[in-house]
Ligand binder design. Structure first.
Ligand SMILES: NC(=O)c1ccc[n+]([C@@H]2O[C@H](COP(=O)([O-])OP(=O)(O)OC[C@H]3O[C@@H](n4cnc5c(N)ncnc54)[C@H](OP(=O)(O)O)[C@@H]3O)[C@@H](O)[C@H]2O)c1
Length: 255
């Protein structure tokens, strides 16, 4: 096993992260898998000799540092980190809840900050490393009924864009993953038809195929991401006119 093939996936107990871990393991990577749910991680690791469970809470810096040190001790090194942990709950205006904003910003945004703080000194000492951060196409623009989630993902996109060039100067690659709708426990919370929804296995395949490339953003499924990219450049008047229908039918909400 050479140094190219050791990953740490935070947010690997279900959905996209779990499928990505299994796909990397099948392709010969050794993969440290993390989330809060030790039992789920143990079950996943039991099915594959290349998967190694290390539980943590991404909002808890001490648990991150402990996991990092244990992984380096057990697997020898970490050269690829996936910051994929995320949480989502819809929030229509009549359920406006500051606690939900705090919860989602803590996990989705400050969790990424904690993850970077945990790995950067290590990668900087090696003068190498790759970091993949999962945001969402929902972070491109504000959408009704999910302000806490969308704002947290917009913050993640801006953070990743902001750090990309500075980290490149230190030989550390920082890339952004922006999925559309993927079937997972996260989107199971939605009660509306999600356009262009794909399986988590398919999402993992998209990510895996992009790993050898050097483009900043990995986004899928392609047709949906083109639509969302078009939305991103529309003037407000047109954008609000097009997204207005989601107020009535619940159909534009994104995860
Ligand atoms: N599904 C979609 O349509 C979609 C679209 C765009 C972006 N995304 C993003 O893709 C990522 C993966 O989502 P998914 O759809 O695969 O959902 P998922 O199956 O619910 O996975 C979320 C993962 O994050 C972990 N996690 C949540 N809170 C955590 C915490 N405090 N500390 C450590 N781990 C934590 C969960 O594990 P535990 O609960 O065991 O801790 C789980 O492993 C998320 O960042 C999500 O926002 C998803």
């Amino acid at each position: 096993m050479d140094n190219k093939n050791t990953a740490w996936i935070i947010g690997a107990s279900s959905g996209i992260g779990k499928c990505l871990a299994e796909l990397l393991a099948k392709n010969g990577w050794q993969v440290a898998i993390s989330s809060r749910n030790q039992n789920a991680l143990d079950d996943i690791a039991n099915d594959h000799p290349n998967l190694f469970p290390f539980s943590l809470d991404i909002t808890d810096k001490e648990s991150l540092a402990k996991a990092r040190d244990a992984i380096i001790q057990e697997l020898g090194f970490i050269n690829t980190l996936f910051l994929n942990a995320g949480d989502y709950t819809p929030m229509p205006l009549d359920e406006f809840d500051p606690a939900l904003f705090e919860q989602l910003i803590s996990i989705n945004y400050l969790g990424v900050v904690n993850g970077l703080d945990t790995i950067l000194p290590y990668m900087q000492s090696k003068n190498s490393g790759e970091i993949y951060i999962t945001a969402s196409l929902a972070g491109y623009r504000g959408l009704p009924k999910s302000a806490p989630y969308n704002a947290s993902k917009a913050a993640v996109i801006s953070l990743t864009e902001s750090l990309h060039l500075e980290l490149k100067q230190q030989n550390i690659t920082l890339r952004l993953i922006n999925p559309g709708f993927v079937k997972s426990p996260l989107t199971d919370k939605n009660d509306f038809k999600m356009p262009f929804m794909i399986s988590p296995e398919k999402a993992a395949e998209y990510i895996f195929k992009e790993l050898p490339k050097s483009n900043f953003e990995i986004t899928f499924p392609k047709r949906f991401s083109y639509i969302m990219k078009t939305f991103r450049v529309l003037p407000y008047k047109l954008y609000f006119a097009l997204t207005k229908s989601s107020l009535k039918t619940n159909q534009v909400k994104e995860a």
